[in-house]
Design a protein around this ligand. Structure first.
Ligand code: SF4
Ligand code: SF4
Ligand code: SF4
Length: 359
Protein backbone atom coordinates (compact mmCIF):
# COMPACT_ATOMS: atom_id res chain seq x y z
CA UNK A 1 0.00 0.00 0.00
CA UNK A 2 2.85 2.34 0.87
CA UNK A 3 4.26 1.93 -2.63
CA UNK A 4 1.01 3.26 -4.05
CA UNK A 5 1.26 6.45 -2.01
CA UNK A 6 4.93 6.87 -2.82
CA UNK A 7 3.99 6.57 -6.51
CA UNK A 8 1.45 9.37 -6.03
CA UNK A 9 4.12 11.49 -4.37
CA UNK A 10 6.51 10.85 -7.25
CA UNK A 11 3.76 11.88 -9.65
CA UNK A 12 3.25 15.13 -7.72
CA UNK A 13 6.96 15.85 -7.84
CA UNK A 14 7.08 15.27 -11.60
CA UNK A 15 4.07 17.54 -11.97
CA UNK A 16 5.68 20.35 -10.00
CA UNK A 17 8.91 20.03 -12.00
CA UNK A 18 6.90 20.19 -15.17
CA UNK A 19 5.11 23.34 -13.99
CA UNK A 20 8.39 24.97 -13.07
CA UNK A 21 9.84 24.29 -16.51
CA UNK A 22 6.74 25.75 -18.10
CA UNK A 23 6.98 28.84 -15.90
CA UNK A 24 10.66 29.28 -16.69
CA UNK A 25 9.98 29.07 -20.42
CA UNK A 26 7.13 31.54 -20.19
CA UNK A 27 9.27 33.93 -18.22
CA UNK A 28 12.16 33.56 -20.65
CA UNK A 29 10.13 34.36 -23.71
CA UNK A 30 8.50 37.26 -21.91
CA UNK A 31 11.64 38.85 -20.60
CA UNK A 32 13.98 38.27 -23.54
CA UNK A 33 11.75 38.85 -26.53
CA UNK A 34 8.95 41.17 -25.62
CA UNK A 35 9.89 43.85 -23.13
CA UNK A 36 13.03 45.56 -21.99
CA UNK A 37 12.36 46.55 -18.41
CA UNK A 38 14.64 48.99 -16.67
CA UNK A 39 15.73 48.44 -13.07
CA UNK A 40 13.73 51.42 -11.92
CA UNK A 41 10.53 50.17 -13.52
CA UNK A 42 10.90 46.72 -12.04
CA UNK A 43 11.65 47.85 -8.48
CA UNK A 44 8.30 49.37 -7.58
CA UNK A 45 6.51 46.27 -8.88
CA UNK A 46 8.63 43.73 -7.03
CA UNK A 47 8.87 45.40 -3.66
CA UNK A 48 5.55 47.16 -3.30
CA UNK A 49 3.07 45.25 -5.41
CA UNK A 50 4.13 41.62 -5.12
CA UNK A 51 5.22 41.51 -1.50
CA UNK A 52 2.56 43.77 -0.03
CA UNK A 53 -0.16 41.82 -1.87
CA UNK A 54 0.61 38.77 0.21
CA UNK A 55 -0.04 38.30 3.91
CA UNK A 56 3.62 38.97 4.51
CA UNK A 57 5.02 37.75 7.81
CA UNK A 58 6.76 40.29 10.01
CA UNK A 59 10.45 40.24 9.32
CA UNK A 60 10.11 37.56 6.65
CA UNK A 61 13.19 37.70 4.43
CA UNK A 62 12.01 39.29 1.18
CA UNK A 63 14.30 37.06 -0.88
CA UNK A 64 12.11 34.11 0.04
CA UNK A 65 8.89 35.98 -0.67
CA UNK A 66 10.20 36.93 -4.09
CA UNK A 67 11.24 33.37 -4.73
CA UNK A 68 7.89 31.90 -3.84
CA UNK A 69 5.62 34.62 -5.18
CA UNK A 70 5.42 33.42 -8.80
CA UNK A 71 3.43 30.34 -7.77
CA UNK A 72 1.41 32.28 -5.23
CA UNK A 73 0.31 34.73 -7.88
CA UNK A 74 -0.43 32.02 -10.41
CA UNK A 75 -2.47 29.51 -8.46
CA UNK A 76 -6.16 29.79 -8.76
CA UNK A 77 -6.90 28.78 -5.18
CA UNK A 78 -6.44 32.35 -4.06
CA UNK A 79 -5.08 33.88 -0.92
CA UNK A 80 -3.17 32.52 2.07
CA UNK A 81 -6.35 33.14 4.07
CA UNK A 82 -8.22 30.65 1.89
CA UNK A 83 -5.39 28.15 2.35
CA UNK A 84 -5.67 28.59 6.11
CA UNK A 85 -9.43 27.96 5.95
CA UNK A 86 -8.87 24.81 3.82
CA UNK A 87 -6.26 23.58 6.34
CA UNK A 88 -8.63 24.06 9.28
CA UNK A 89 -11.62 22.46 7.48
CA UNK A 90 -9.50 19.46 6.48
CA UNK A 91 -8.39 19.10 10.10
CA UNK A 92 -11.99 19.12 11.34
CA UNK A 93 -12.84 16.43 8.76
CA UNK A 94 -9.86 14.37 9.95
CA UNK A 95 -11.09 14.81 13.53
CA UNK A 96 -14.40 13.23 12.54
CA UNK A 97 -12.75 10.45 10.51
CA UNK A 98 -10.45 9.37 13.35
CA UNK A 99 -13.42 8.54 15.57
CA UNK A 100 -14.61 5.62 13.45
CA UNK A 101 -12.74 2.43 12.71
CA UNK A 102 -13.75 2.33 9.02
CA UNK A 103 -12.77 5.93 8.29
CA UNK A 104 -9.47 5.72 10.19
CA UNK A 105 -8.11 3.96 7.06
CA UNK A 106 -8.21 7.32 5.30
CA UNK A 107 -5.31 8.74 7.30
CA UNK A 108 -2.71 8.11 4.61
CA UNK A 109 -4.84 9.68 1.82
CA UNK A 110 -5.27 12.72 4.09
CA UNK A 111 -1.49 12.94 4.50
CA UNK A 112 -1.04 12.66 0.73
CA UNK A 113 -3.45 15.58 0.24
CA UNK A 114 -1.60 17.53 2.97
CA UNK A 115 1.85 17.05 1.46
CA UNK A 116 0.57 17.57 -2.08
CA UNK A 117 -1.49 20.70 -1.50
CA UNK A 118 0.12 22.52 1.44
CA UNK A 119 3.60 21.23 0.57
CA UNK A 120 4.41 20.88 -3.11
CA UNK A 121 1.56 22.92 -4.52
CA UNK A 122 1.58 25.77 -2.06
CA UNK A 123 5.34 25.80 -1.39
CA UNK A 124 4.84 25.30 2.40
CA UNK A 125 4.15 29.00 2.88
CA UNK A 126 2.23 30.09 4.87
CA UNK A 127 2.31 27.36 7.50
CA UNK A 128 1.33 26.82 11.12
CA UNK A 129 4.86 27.51 12.43
CA UNK A 130 5.03 30.96 10.81
CA UNK A 131 1.48 31.51 12.10
CA UNK A 132 2.64 30.80 15.67
CA UNK A 133 5.66 33.08 15.21
CA UNK A 134 3.39 35.85 13.96
CA UNK A 135 1.23 35.40 17.06
CA UNK A 136 4.26 35.86 19.32
CA UNK A 137 5.20 39.01 17.39
CA UNK A 138 1.63 40.30 17.61
CA UNK A 139 1.75 39.87 21.40
CA UNK A 140 5.03 41.80 21.27
CA UNK A 141 3.09 44.56 19.44
CA UNK A 142 5.13 44.16 16.29
CA UNK A 143 3.16 45.22 13.23
CA UNK A 144 1.69 41.94 11.98
CA UNK A 145 -1.36 41.17 9.89
CA UNK A 146 -3.61 39.36 12.39
CA UNK A 147 -4.86 37.06 9.63
CA UNK A 148 -1.41 35.43 9.70
CA UNK A 149 -2.11 34.13 13.19
CA UNK A 150 -5.42 32.43 12.29
CA UNK A 151 -3.88 29.09 11.28
CA UNK A 152 -2.32 28.46 14.68
CA UNK A 153 -5.24 29.99 16.62
CA UNK A 154 -7.74 27.89 14.65
CA UNK A 155 -5.88 24.69 15.51
CA UNK A 156 -6.33 25.30 19.26
CA UNK A 157 -10.12 24.69 19.50
CA UNK A 158 -9.92 21.94 16.87
CA UNK A 159 -7.24 20.14 18.91
CA UNK A 160 -9.33 20.59 22.07
CA UNK A 161 -12.34 18.96 20.43
CA UNK A 162 -10.66 16.25 18.33
CA UNK A 163 -7.09 15.80 19.60
CA UNK A 164 -3.88 16.54 17.67
CA UNK A 165 -5.38 15.42 14.35
CA UNK A 166 -3.62 18.20 12.47
CA UNK A 167 -0.31 16.50 13.29
CA UNK A 168 -1.41 12.94 12.67
CA UNK A 169 -3.58 13.43 9.61
CA UNK A 170 -2.90 16.63 7.65
CA UNK A 171 0.39 18.39 8.41
CA UNK A 172 2.60 18.42 5.31
CA UNK A 173 5.78 18.56 7.39
CA UNK A 174 4.72 15.50 9.39
CA UNK A 175 3.57 13.74 6.22
CA UNK A 176 6.93 14.22 4.49
CA UNK A 177 8.75 12.68 7.44
CA UNK A 178 6.24 9.85 7.73
CA UNK A 179 6.62 8.85 4.07
CA UNK A 180 10.40 8.81 4.41
CA UNK A 181 10.31 6.60 7.51
CA UNK A 182 11.50 3.03 7.21
CA UNK A 183 9.42 1.14 9.82
CA UNK A 184 12.06 -1.47 10.64
CA UNK A 185 14.51 1.08 11.99
CA UNK A 186 17.04 0.37 14.71
CA UNK A 187 15.70 -0.22 18.21
CA UNK A 188 17.75 2.70 19.58
CA UNK A 189 15.63 5.17 17.61
CA UNK A 190 12.45 3.71 19.12
CA UNK A 191 13.65 3.48 22.70
CA UNK A 192 12.09 5.35 25.57
CA UNK A 193 15.44 6.90 26.42
CA UNK A 194 15.70 8.43 22.93
CA UNK A 195 12.14 9.75 23.17
CA UNK A 196 12.91 11.50 26.45
CA UNK A 197 16.14 13.05 25.11
CA UNK A 198 14.31 14.32 22.02
CA UNK A 199 11.57 15.86 24.16
CA UNK A 200 14.14 17.75 26.24
CA UNK A 201 15.79 19.08 23.07
CA UNK A 202 12.38 20.16 21.78
CA UNK A 203 11.52 22.15 24.91
CA UNK A 204 14.93 23.84 24.79
CA UNK A 205 14.41 24.79 21.14
CA UNK A 206 10.96 26.21 21.91
CA UNK A 207 12.50 28.47 24.53
CA UNK A 208 15.28 29.43 22.07
CA UNK A 209 12.71 30.26 19.38
CA UNK A 210 10.69 32.52 21.69
CA UNK A 211 13.85 34.24 22.92
CA UNK A 212 14.92 34.82 19.30
CA UNK A 213 11.51 36.32 18.43
CA UNK A 214 11.54 38.56 21.49
CA UNK A 215 15.11 39.80 20.85
CA UNK A 216 14.96 40.21 17.08
CA UNK A 217 11.23 41.00 16.65
CA UNK A 218 11.28 39.19 13.32
CA UNK A 219 10.86 35.73 11.89
CA UNK A 220 14.19 34.04 11.29
CA UNK A 221 13.10 30.40 10.89
CA UNK A 222 11.81 30.86 7.31
CA UNK A 223 15.30 31.69 6.04
CA UNK A 224 16.72 28.34 7.21
CA UNK A 225 13.58 26.19 6.95
CA UNK A 226 14.55 22.89 5.25
CA UNK A 227 10.91 22.22 4.32
CA UNK A 228 10.82 25.45 2.29
CA UNK A 229 13.83 24.15 0.39
CA UNK A 230 12.28 20.79 -0.43
CA UNK A 231 8.75 22.00 -1.20
CA UNK A 232 10.00 24.83 -3.44
CA UNK A 233 12.40 22.66 -5.37
CA UNK A 234 10.44 23.51 -8.54
CA UNK A 235 11.38 27.20 -8.24
CA UNK A 236 15.13 26.77 -8.02
CA UNK A 237 14.63 28.46 -4.68
CA UNK A 238 17.89 30.02 -3.44
CA UNK A 239 18.02 28.64 0.05
CA UNK A 240 20.72 29.33 2.61
CA UNK A 241 23.44 26.72 3.01
CA UNK A 242 22.15 26.13 6.56
CA UNK A 243 18.78 24.96 5.24
CA UNK A 244 20.62 22.66 2.81
CA UNK A 245 22.44 21.02 5.74
CA UNK A 246 19.21 20.85 7.77
CA UNK A 247 17.45 19.28 4.80
CA UNK A 248 20.04 16.51 4.50
CA UNK A 249 19.84 15.92 8.27
CA UNK A 250 16.03 15.86 8.09
CA UNK A 251 15.93 13.32 5.25
CA UNK A 252 18.53 11.00 6.80
CA UNK A 253 17.05 11.05 10.30
CA UNK A 254 13.51 10.65 8.95
CA UNK A 255 14.48 7.35 7.34
CA UNK A 256 15.67 5.88 10.64
CA UNK A 257 13.49 7.67 13.16
CA UNK A 258 9.75 8.35 13.09
CA UNK A 259 9.05 12.07 12.55
CA UNK A 260 12.30 13.45 14.01
CA UNK A 261 11.38 17.08 13.31
CA UNK A 262 8.04 16.68 15.13
CA UNK A 263 9.75 15.02 18.09
CA UNK A 264 12.78 17.30 18.28
CA UNK A 265 12.03 20.74 16.87
CA UNK A 266 8.44 21.68 16.11
CA UNK A 267 7.02 24.31 18.51
CA UNK A 268 3.48 23.85 17.24
CA UNK A 269 3.51 20.15 18.14
CA UNK A 270 4.50 20.97 21.75
CA UNK A 271 1.93 23.71 22.18
CA UNK A 272 -0.94 21.70 20.70
CA UNK A 273 0.11 18.83 22.97
CA UNK A 274 -0.41 20.96 26.07
CA UNK A 275 -4.10 21.27 25.15
CA UNK A 276 -4.53 17.61 26.18
CA UNK A 277 -4.05 18.72 29.80
CA UNK A 278 -7.09 21.03 29.75
CA UNK A 279 -10.23 19.53 31.36
CA UNK A 280 -12.69 18.34 28.71
CA UNK A 281 -10.03 18.02 25.97
CA UNK A 282 -9.99 15.00 23.68
CA UNK A 283 -7.55 12.35 24.86
CA UNK A 284 -7.00 8.61 24.46
CA UNK A 285 -7.37 6.47 27.59
CA UNK A 286 -7.56 2.85 28.72
CA UNK A 287 -10.95 1.30 29.39
CA UNK A 288 -11.00 -0.19 32.84
CA UNK A 289 -12.18 -3.73 32.31
CA UNK A 290 -11.31 -4.40 28.68
CA UNK A 291 -7.51 -4.21 28.83
CA UNK A 292 -5.54 -7.46 29.22
CA UNK A 293 -2.08 -5.85 29.36
CA UNK A 294 -0.97 -7.41 26.10
CA UNK A 295 1.18 -4.38 25.12
CA UNK A 296 0.13 -4.38 21.44
CA UNK A 297 -0.79 -0.70 21.78
CA UNK A 298 2.74 0.10 22.97
CA UNK A 299 4.24 -1.46 19.88
CA UNK A 300 1.83 0.23 17.49
CA UNK A 301 2.70 3.76 18.61
CA UNK A 302 5.52 4.92 16.33
CA UNK A 303 5.82 8.35 17.95
CA UNK A 304 6.45 6.81 21.38
CA UNK A 305 3.48 8.43 23.05
CA UNK A 306 3.00 5.15 24.94
CA UNK A 307 6.05 4.59 27.08
CA UNK A 308 6.98 1.51 29.07
CA UNK A 309 8.81 1.49 32.36
CA UNK A 310 9.26 -2.03 33.66
CA UNK A 311 5.70 -3.11 34.48
CA UNK A 312 4.04 0.23 33.80
CA UNK A 313 2.71 1.51 30.50
CA UNK A 314 2.00 5.25 30.29
CA UNK A 315 0.04 6.95 27.53
CA UNK A 316 1.26 10.53 27.20
CA UNK A 317 -1.50 12.43 25.43
CA UNK A 318 0.74 15.47 25.00
CA UNK A 319 2.75 13.45 22.47
CA UNK A 320 -0.19 11.60 20.91
CA UNK A 321 -0.90 12.65 17.30
CA UNK A 322 -4.33 10.96 17.18
CA UNK A 323 -3.34 8.51 14.46
CA UNK A 324 -5.63 5.87 15.98
CA UNK A 325 -3.12 3.02 15.47
CA UNK A 326 -3.20 1.95 19.12
CA UNK A 327 -7.01 1.76 19.13
CA UNK A 328 -6.99 -0.42 16.01
CA UNK A 329 -4.20 -2.62 17.34
CA UNK A 330 -6.18 -3.59 20.44
CA UNK A 331 -8.22 -6.73 19.87
CA UNK A 332 -10.06 -6.17 23.17
CA UNK A 333 -11.19 -2.59 22.47
CA UNK A 334 -9.16 -1.54 25.52
CA UNK A 335 -8.55 2.03 24.32
CA UNK A 336 -10.84 4.76 23.14
CA UNK A 337 -11.24 8.51 22.79
CA UNK A 338 -12.31 10.14 26.05
CA UNK A 339 -12.76 13.61 27.51
CA UNK A 340 -10.08 14.69 29.93
CA UNK A 341 -11.16 14.43 33.57
CA UNK A 342 -9.30 13.81 36.82
CA UNK A 343 -10.04 10.11 36.53
CA UNK A 344 -8.89 9.08 33.05
CA UNK A 345 -6.86 5.88 33.00
CA UNK A 346 -3.66 6.63 31.10
CA UNK A 347 -1.32 4.54 33.24
CA UNK A 348 -1.51 0.79 32.86
CA UNK A 349 0.05 -1.69 35.27
CA UNK A 350 1.08 -4.62 33.11
CA UNK A 351 0.22 -7.93 34.72
CA UNK A 352 3.19 -10.16 35.63
CA UNK A 353 1.28 -13.25 34.55
CA UNK A 354 0.78 -11.99 30.99
CA UNK A 355 2.51 -14.30 28.52
CA UNK A 356 3.66 -11.26 26.54
CA UNK A 357 5.79 -10.07 29.44
CA UNK A 358 8.17 -12.97 28.86
CA UNK A 359 9.39 -11.26 25.68
S1 SF4 B 1 4.64 18.36 15.35
FE1 SF4 B 1 4.76 20.14 13.98
S2 SF4 B 1 5.68 19.38 12.08
FE2 SF4 B 1 5.01 17.60 13.26
S3 SF4 B 1 2.99 17.15 12.48
FE3 SF4 B 1 2.69 18.48 14.27
S4 SF4 B 1 2.62 20.59 13.49
FE4 SF4 B 1 3.45 19.26 11.85
S1 SF4 C 1 -5.19 -1.55 25.69
FE1 SF4 C 1 -5.47 -3.31 24.33
S2 SF4 C 1 -3.56 -3.45 23.18
FE2 SF4 C 1 -3.16 -2.12 24.93
S3 SF4 C 1 -2.34 -3.48 26.51
FE3 SF4 C 1 -4.57 -3.35 26.84
S4 SF4 C 1 -5.43 -5.09 25.70
FE4 SF4 C 1 -3.34 -4.79 24.93
S1 SF4 D 1 -1.11 6.96 21.46
FE1 SF4 D 1 0.29 6.67 19.71
S2 SF4 D 1 -0.69 5.10 18.42
FE2 SF4 D 1 -2.25 5.87 19.84
S3 SF4 D 1 -3.32 7.47 18.69
FE3 SF4 D 1 -1.70 8.47 19.90
S4 SF4 D 1 0.07 8.56 18.53
FE4 SF4 D 1 -1.37 7.09 17.62
Amino acid sequence: MYRFYIAILAFLLVLTFHNSLAQTDEFKSFSEDSVAVSDDEFKPFSEETVVSDSLKCAGCPTTICQNTKPTSLNYSWGSPLLITIIALCLTILAGIFVRFRATRNFRIPFLVVGIGFFGFYNGACPCMISSFENLVLLVRRVEVNWLNTLWFLGLIPITYIFGKVWCGWVCHLGALQEFLFKPKSKAWFRSERTAIILRRIRYSLLVALIVQLVIMDKIFWCSIDPFMAVFNIKLNYNYEWVSGILLVALVVTSIFSYRPFCRTVCPVGILLGWIAAIPGASIIGYKKLACTSCKSCNDSCDINAILRRKRVSFLDNKECIACGNCIDSCSNCGLDFQRKTKFNRVVLFLRRSSKHLKN
